[in-house]
Design a protein around this ligand. Sequence first.
Ligand SMILES: Nc1ncnc2c1ncn2[C@@H]1O[C@H](COP(=O)(O)OP(=O)(O)OP(=O)(O)O)[C@@H](O)[C@H]1O
Ligand SMILES: [Mg+2]
Length: 461
Amino acid sequence: MRLLIVGGLQGQIGAATKIAMDRGAKVTHAADIDQAMAELRNGRGADLVMADVTLDIGRLVRALAAERICTPVVACGIGTDTRRAVDAIRAGAKEYVPLPPDPELIAAVLEAVADESHQLIHEDEAMTAVLKLADQVAGSEASILITGESGTGKEVLARYVHRKSNRAERPFISVNCAAIPDNLLESELFGHEKGAFTGAVARRIGKFEEANGGTLLLDEISEMDARLQAKLLRAIQEREIDRVGGGKPVKVDIRIVATSNRDLAEAVKRGTFREDLLYRLNVVNLRLPALRERQKDILALARHFAQKYAQANGAPFRPIAPPTERLLLSYAWRGNVRELENTMHRAVLLAQGAEIMPEAIRLPDGTQVGGTSLAAQTGDLSGPVKTAVETAQAATRSLVGRTVADVERDLILDTLDHCLGNRTHAANILGISIRTLRNKLREYGDAGLQVPQPGETRLAG
Ligand SMILES: Nc1ncnc2c1ncn2[C@@H]1O[C@H](COP(=O)(O)OP(=O)(O)OP(=O)(O)O)[C@@H](O)[C@H]1O
Ligand SMILES: [Mg+2]
């Protein structure tokens, strides 16, 4: 986690720096907006910018947008300065942190941005086998493709590979190819030269150069468009990149790890992913099993999360009661580790008494997980056929008379609720691209419907 502090933070710069460093962040300082922009352009990137509220936050946010630098900004000021706080948020700051800095608040902000618990918990043999392969290839320079359903821990595994590699002391830089629009992604990856487009007032170093000597994680690579795929292929083959608007190529020394929760071979067949790029990326394939395929991990992870969230919420630690364990083991966990993590977080908040009882295991909307059988949840028809047919009939009956657009909207919004607003996860379950999902959500938002934001559901009170 790299933090860039801009301005004097009204005399609190020392305190804020210390708190952030105690939490493991690397901190750099810039005196003003111009110096901050220079830092960010030069590849000394940051995951978060903390700016003094007395600076022109609007100007900073606009400069970042104009130069296509996707780094969130948090404004800091003395607590009573509400006028300025409101202005900063209006100007595009993600948060307002009052000064003097509160360690818990700074920690929460850092965590929200970085979500930096990279611990990899495992107990199941299926997972041990994957890690053994990861250990074997980590030290090599081979590109690695990590595949697995959404929420299985692909990013966690990518960081594990980096930690075990000879590049561990060098940067680990991750780019989410699905979250950044195509036209911005090119600059994000390859950087640009001054004058490359309106707004490019100076040279900007991209993630490839920033990760030089280290590992570059290309997250959700299947979402990259054809032109960028070609450019990426060249970067991997030639070990050099072209900045946007740049005249001559720049040498880079990078280990690439890519992730995908779509079947890339299938994408090649459909013509949406280059076959030659797939071969380059897929020198080694680490396939993460779904959580339901590693039963021992379910309990190991559940205990880990119960502990983690008790601590984070200042709640007493409660062990998981045996009937609760049976319930957790019988559930299908379609959202994998992420769903289990969210469920255990809720359970910690809902639990009363000495142990976490089955009543505390609930879906995001508050309904209790009833211990539906794995077969029913995965659509396995080997169960009682009559029930399956009846269920299907009941489902279609309630659909007849409704338009496709109507049903589609309900399905999309309900799925998004189920995923606590997580777009990537929802798109995955729905089998549509994240871009299609975003377009649909924009449509619904424009029509005045309530669209769950990341981390929330429409039903939560
Ligand atoms: N083995 C593990 N030990 C501890 N936490 C884990 C483990 N695997 C996953 N997690 C946690 O589960 C969540 C999802 O993990 P991660 O983001 O790596 O999944 P992903 O496969 O990249 O998901 P997506 O496809 O949605 O991007 C994270 O909060 C991560 O910390
Ligand atoms: Mg991921």
